[in-house]
Structure formats: structure tokens, C-alpha cells
Design a binder for this molecule. Structure first.
Ligand code: XIL
Length: 374
């Protein structure tokens, strides 16, 4: 989880050096008022947006600084791992909700909403499910039961559920998962129907990565949700994970892509934003990273029904990136010592600027709470 020491030191040095300059940057075009140093959740509230983070439950328990910022900066939380199938149902029919319940309780005490992550995914499944020799009928019953039990357990406490995660390949074909192989493509509609039966008030999302811009994968998601809606399947939103890497160049047409989902009448959300880089970090890379975060937020703020902007962890101290992408890191808003990076100041500035520029008579963005099911 931790960056190598030297790299961390380099990242810390560069961010600290940049901080005063960034913080003093005026928000207005020509010498407007400087950016108010208010928590993201307050600034986002002015834009009718919830801002969230994925939460690492060990860090929440053991690290007071982490706990403080989780509560003060964010108005929604997502379980980074503890609502995944392997964590919730490690043995068939035996649930362990303890860690997830602790997060839901934390959220309640801090006035936060909860994104439930995740009901149907090909990854982090328990071995009894993947290595067991379940027939198609048995697997379908197991999926129905897991969705029903889990969504019922959290009924009324989860705002948005990621019902199906990462079902597509990059070319827009359906991913070859245990679900597709054994149940066929109908598993997707079934999952949404079952989740809706278990909690009719939860907002149900399809969630994926590399779908933030237009292309075969995002086209496939678009076609899927349009068809599901036409068939009366209760899908309410599309989540764009937002895992970017600056070495690939920053995407340019995210706002247009979010807009076409918005026009379908669906809610949208950025669900797992982080912007990684090849290490070591330097000032130029951190500036590009800040622009990556800004573009993701901008795409969301331009979409009338984009109701939440969630980062996949907020500190480089606990990030999935170095473990998953060797040689890469520094992907989050705060460094390992909880110092805000340029990306954090940029989000503050973008949120504050948008709120100021909204016309009083503007119909404006939908309030997140007012999104309802069809
Ligand atoms: C990641 C977690 O951050 C890691 O701690 C875990 O080891 C693997 O999963 N897309 C998703 C998330 O939908 O659930 C993944 O989270 C990151 C990619």
C-alpha cells in the first residue's frame, strides 16, 4: 500500500513547494477573490453535488488523521473493499456485515450518504463460488440470494448501489465472466430487478472504467442502459470510475460523453476518481494530475444529473495504485503526510468558481436528493 520512502519524500517535497502558489491562485479570471479554504463537501453542496471517497476500513479504525479528513471533507462514502462479495459472504449463506455496518454508522454520524459497492462483479468473489461446481440454476439462485440479502440488510441506508460493475471489454463486447458464461447476458437485467425488489428507494447504477470518454466501450454501456430503460428494467444511473493515468494523455471529450447519458434522463456519477503517474512525481506531473481531476469534475458539473463525485481514496498513504500498477503512484488528492496537493486546490477552486458563476434564476443542476426512479 505504501509508496517507497524515497519516492514519498520526493512527492512531499514537490507538493509542499507548490502549495502556497496554488493556494493563492485567484479563482476569478482576472484577479477575483482567492479560493476559500473550505472543505470539499461544503463547496460541493453549493453546486448541489455530493463529494465522496472510498474508505479503507483499517485506516479508518487505526489512523486518526485519516478518520478526521474522511468525516470533514466528504459528504458520501464508498466501501473500498468491505461490501464486496468475498468480504460479505466468505462462506455460502454466512454473512459478515460487521465492517460494512461500521462504515454505514460512521456515515450516519457524519451526515454522509453511502454508495454501495458492489453487487455483481467478476473480481473479489469468494472461492466457494468460483471454484465450486455450481450449475447455471444454482448460480442464478446464489446470485439472487446474495443480492436480496445484501440489499435488504442495508435497506434505507444505501443511497446508490453499484449493481453491475465492469461487465464490458474495451471493444464493447461483454466480458467473459462466470456470470456471462453460466447465465448469459440476461444476468444484468436480473440483477437490477432483484436489487430493486429488495430496496425500491435505492438508486441503481451500472459502473465501469475507461467509459468516461466516447468509444466502443462507452457506446456499449450507452446502448445497454438505453435498452434496459426501454424494457422497464430499474436502472437509474451510470457510474464512471475515473481511474486516469497522466502518461496516456488526458481525455478531452468527457463532458460530451456524460451529457449523452444525462439526456437519457439517467443519473451519472464519478465513482472512483484517481489520477496516477509514473513515479517519481514532480511539479509538472502534479499539475497535469490536477488538470485530470478538474476535467472529471467539470464533466460531472456540466451534466445536470451528475449527483456525486467520488475519489478512490484521498491520500497517497493508502492507495491501490502502487500495488496494482507497478512503478506508478501519487494518484490521490493528499500526499502521504496528508498535505493537500495541487489537485485538491484545483477541485476547491473549480467547485467555488462554479457556485459563484451560477445565475440566481438558473434552473441549475438537479439536487442529488431529488433524483427519483422512473
Ligand atoms: C480495488 C481496491 O482499491 C483494492 O484495495 C483491492 O485490492 C482491489 O480492488 N475498480 C473497482 C474497485 O470497481 O472495486 C477496485 O478497488 C478498483 C477498480
Amino acid at each position: 500500500m505504501h509508496l517507497p520512502r524515497l519516492v514519498a519524500a520526493a512527492a512531499a517535497t514537490c507538493c509542499l513547494a507548490l502549495l502556497p502558489v496554488t493556494a493563492a491562485t485567484p479563482a476569478g479570471a482576472s484577479g477575483g477573490p482567492s479560493v476559500p479554504d473550505r472543505p470539499l463537501r461544503q463547496l460541493a453542496a453549493d453546486d448541489h453535488l455530493r463529494v465522496g471517497t472510498a474508505v479503507d476500513m483499517s485506516a479508518l479504525t487505526d489512523d486518526a488523521a485519516y478518520r478526521r479528513l474522511t468525516g470533514s471533507e466528504f459528504s458520501t462514502v464508498t466501501a473500498e473493499n468491505v461490501m464486496k462479495w468475498e468480504a460479505l459472504e466468505p462462506r455460502q449463506g454466512e454473512y459478515d456485515y460487521a465492517a460494512a455496518d461500521r462504515l454505514v454508522d460512521f456515515a450516519r454520524r457524519h451526515g454522509q450518504k453511502v454508495r454501495g459497492h458492489v453487487l455483481v462483479w467478476h473480481s473479489q468473489l469468494p472461492s466457494w463460488l468460483t471454484s465450486g461446481d455450481l450449475t447455471a440454476d444454482e448460480l442464478r439462485a446464489v446470485l439472487h440470494r446474495h443480492i436480496t440479502d445484501t440489499v435488504r440488510h442495508f435497506k434505507g441506508q444505501v443511497w446508490q448501489w453499484d449493481v453491475v460493475n465492469e461487465a464490458f471489454n474495451e471493444d464493447g463486447t461483454l466480458r467473459d465472466s462466470i456470470w456471462l458464461r453460466k447465465l448469459g447476458p440476461g444476468y444484468i437485467a436480473d440483477a437490477f430487478r432483484w436489487a430493486h425488489e429488495a430496496d425500491p428507494h435505492a438508486l441503481l447504477f451500472y459502473n465501469d472504467y475507461n467509459t468516461e470518454w466516447t468509444g466502443p466501450k462507452s457506446d456499449a454501456v450507452y446502448d445497454l442502459v438505453r435498452r434496459l430503460r426501454a424494457e422497464g428494467v430499474p436502472v437509474h444511473g451510470v457510474g464512471f470510475q475515473g481511474h486516469l493515468g497522466i502518461q496516456y494523455g488526458l481525455p478531452t471529450d468527457m463532458a460530451a460523453n456524460f451529457a449523452r447519458f444525462d439526456r437519457l434522463g439517467l443519473a451519472t456519477a464519478v465513482t472512483e476518481a484517481d489520477v496516477r503517474m509514473e513515479m517519481p512525481a514532480d511539479a509538472a506531473k502534479l499539475a497535469t494530475q490536477a488538470e485530470g481531476y478538474r476535467r472529471l469534475l467539470d464533466a460531472c458539473l456540466r451534466a445536470r444529473h451528475c449527483i456525486s463525485f467520488t475519489v478512490w481514496g484521498f491520500t497517497d498513504k493508502y492507495s491501490w495504485v502502487p500495488d496494482t500498477f507497478p512503478g506508478e503512484g501519487a494518484a490521490n488528492l493528499f500526499d502521504e503526510e496528508y498535505r493537500p496537493k495541487p489537485a485538491y486546490r484545483t477541485l476547491q477552486s473549480e467547485l467555488a468558481g462554479r457556485a459563484r458563476s451560477a445565475r440566481p434564476d438558473d434552473a441549475g443542476r438537479t439536487r442529488p436528493e431529488s433524483i427519483s426512479q422512473p
